[in-house]
Design a protein around this ligand. Structure first.
Ligand code: AMP
Ligand code: GLY
Length: 417
């Protein structure tokens, strides 16, 4: 098969890496790809959001299957556009991807179908939002309705902070149209766990649990990022919790989407908080998380292409998906300054040495002659597996010691917090 993977970050490198092991896959293309992906796939210089460019390219090349990995093209309807051209694709259609693309939609769905989540109100007018904040008091959480690169959420410790967040989103249009509606919700407390699940429209099969580390600095301090590292599985996600989440959250979500005429096929991401009153949904995503994907796929033993085909054809129940019982840790090496402004174009050294004991997934890199240069905020995801979580974490840190680039920044406590 000839497969196109849409996207160009660490998650897409992990997907391409897993697909490259499939005997079914003869050739992989990636749009736009990155410096690491180019070793396994032919990179096509098309932006992931260029729906017309991608569908036209697929039309004129012998592509058998497309994997749409990032949120933006899913929300824009790339899977629908490919289906119109009779090109099978992995990922939800636009009407199901809305579960991530609109928090007003996802909160409404959870309310209607009694799926546990934080209490909330949605607002289209700023005055109403501000009044509600003063009525509820702090701490309180303010969320832009639409996609905002994972930065549209403010967990406000004071009313003033919440008021500023609303003014920035609704008044100053910090996130453009994404902030024209806001969700204001109860601040929950407890450890966070991610569960990614394969879905085929009807059936849902959870992957091993994982944990992201969203804040930029050690101790969970600093601004939110796309994710600074991930472990798999999460020691906090017990078998009892898994049963409870399946009954109270995963299956009800699948059924709710079906009942709404929005069957979900692809990867459904459950961001969960383990509160004193049980597990609750913080957010849904309509895709693999990044960097959770890099850690989770490192433990997959079944052919990923078989899984993608089963999700796309509605036959996931016929597949027995196997996972290693080891553990994995993905440590993100970022550019100094990220998630704020940062410089790019620095040469990266030590990749080969690190690659001897870990898998180094590239995120923001580009190939320039013989060199690999930094080209983004999150640069690399050094991913190691081990018999235990401790050995996986130690393995990722030991491998990362070989890697250098100017102003390299990473957290020292991935999996330890
Ligand atoms: P999200 O983009 O919705 O995952 O939110 C980013 C982060 O904000 C989450 O990983 C949580 O740490 C935090 N967060 C979001 N919603 C809440 C909430 N209702 N209560 C407490 N923390 C939250
Ligand atoms: N790591 C969180 C996300 O991909 O949204």
């Amino acid at each position: 098969m000839h497969v196109l993977v849409v996207g160009g970050g660490g998650r897409e490198h992990a997907i391409v890496w897993a697909l490259s092991k499939s005997p079914k896959v003869d050739k992989i293309f990636c749009a736009p790809g990155n410096g690491g992906i180019s070793a396994l796939a032919e990179c096509i210089p098309l932006k992931a959001t260029d729906l017309e460019g991608i569908t036209a390219w697929c039309d004129s090349h012998p592509i058998d299957f497309v994997v749409v990995a990032p949120d933006d093209p899913l929300a824009l309807g790339l899977v629908d556009a490919l289906e119109e051209k009779h090109i099978p694709a992995f990922g939800p259609r636009k009407n199901a991807a809305i579960i991530e693309a609109s928090k007003v939609f996802s909160k409404g769905l959870m309310e209607q179908y009694h799926i546990p989540t934080a209490a909330y109100r949605a607002f289209t007018d700023m005055e109403g939002a501000l009044a509600y904040i003063h009525e509820q008091g702090a701490p309180i959480v303010v969320k832009a309705d639409g996609l905002a690169l994972g930065k549209g959420v403010v967990v406000a410790q004071t009313e003033d902070e919440a008021v500023s967040a609303v003014r920035e989103m609704m008044g100053d249009k910090k996130f453009g149209a994404s902030g024209s509606r806001v969700v204001i919700e109860e601040c929950m407390t407890g450890p966070e766990v991610t569960v990614l699940a394969f879905a085929d429209g009807t059936h849902i099969v959870p992957m091993p649990s994982s944990q992201d580390h969203k804040q930029a600095y050690d101790g969970g301090k600093g601004p939110n990022t796309g994710g600074m590292g991930a472990i798999c599985p999460s020691p906090r996600y017990t078998p009892e919790l898994a049963v409870r989440c399946m009954e109270e959250i995963f299956l009800p979500t699948m059924r709710a989407l079906q009942a709404e005429g929005r069957p979900f096929s692809g990867v459904l991401y459950f961001g969960l908080m383990l509160t004193a009153n049980g597990p609750k949904v913080i957010e849904y995503n309509a895709r693999f998380g990044d960097p959770e994907c890099q850690a989770v796929l490192s433990l997959l033993e079944t052919d990923l292409m078989d899984i993608f085909l089963a999700c796309q054809s509605g036959t996931l129940n016929q597949l027995d998906i196997k996972w290693s019982n080891r553990a994995a840790c993905c440590l993100v090496l970022a550019s100094g300054g990220y998630p704020g402004s940062y410089q790019t174009g620095y040469p990266i050294s030590g990749l080969e040495e690190a690659g001897e004991t870990a898998t180094v997934f590239h995120a923001g890199t580009k190939q320039a002659g013989d060199e690999i240069l930094t080209a983004g905020g999150r640069v690399l995801g050094v991913t190691a597996t081990g018999d235990t979580l401790d050995t996986a974490i130690d393995g990722a840190y030991a491998a990362a010691k070989h890697i250098h680039f100017t102003d390299m920044h990473f957290r020292h406590d991935i999996g330890r917090i």
